[in-house]
Design a protein around this ligand. Structure first.
Ligand code: DX5
Ligand code: ZN
Length: 219
């Protein structure tokens, strides 16, 4: 069974507390928080004060996905703002090893994310240092995009690398996750499914979270 992480990017920002409380009541495992700076990605979402506001109401761990340049400058502040897990992009970090160490020193779960065009093989030397790898299955920046099919091959290759090295990091998939692909993603090796629009656009988001969980077991 995969962990389900609804992405708050698809919430109603004018009713954030209501939507965070909905996730609290659901069987979701994490709350995925997408921070975008308009530089690493062509969109701006929100930053530290909003993360802090979400944390004030959240009863589940905050999984903060930093889609920003120079994330190392903000790690400590996002940790203080309530991040339990911090994921940074390989493409944004010339000193990735040091930045991952910093996340660990802050006592957060350390994650590295890769964009759709980045081969998972580039991660080989950082894998022993990370707790989780986030595979982008859309180009980061927006919710509601179409899932990129090549992601299955990336999960399978990363899962093989994990087994070969005897490592215990988890594999997350972010973007375009739906009831159509949840089962196959989990069966291929994904441990965490991040879903934004598919959950929040559902008539009953709590039911949809349960549905994704069940599909990820059957897959
Ligand atoms: C994309 C974000 C995702 C996004 C997923 O840049 O990192 O977390 O919220 O949204 P959906 O599930 O709608 O593709
Ligand atoms: Zn994300």
């Amino acid at each position: 069974m995969a962990l389900i992480a609804p992405s708050i990017l698809s919430a109603d920002f004018a009713n954030l507390q209501r939507d965070v409380e909905m996730i609290n009541r659901s069987n979701a495992d994490l709350i995925h928080v997408d921070v975008m700076d308009g530089r690493f990605v062509p969109n701006i979402s929100f930053g530290l004060p909003v993360c802090e506001a979400i944390a004030r109401h959240a009863a589940k761990p905050l999984d903060v996905h930093l889609m920003i340049v120079e994330p190392e400058k903000y790690l400590a502040r996002f940790r203080l703002a309530g991040a339990d897990r911090l994921t940074i992009h390989l493409e944004a970090c010339p000193n990735l090893h040091r930045s991952i160490q910093s996340i660990r020193e802050l006592g957060a779960v350390a994650g590295v994310a890769v964009n759709p065009h980045t081969p998972v093989e580039l991660l080989i030397d950082i894998l022993p240092e990370v707790d989780t790898v986030l595979l982008m299955s859309v180009n980061p920046g927006f919710g509601g995009q179409q899932f990129i099919e090549n992601t299955y091959s990336k999960i399978a290759r990363l899962d093989a690398m994990r087994r070969e090295a005897g490592l215990g990091f988890t594999i997350g998939v972010d973007g375009g996750v739906t009831a159509e692909n949840a089962g196959r993603l989990a069966a291929t090796g994904a441990d965490i499914l991040i879903a934004g629009s598919f959950v929040f656009n559902a008539a009953d988001p709590c039911d949809m979270i349960d549905h994704l969980k069940i599909l990820s077991t059957a897959g």
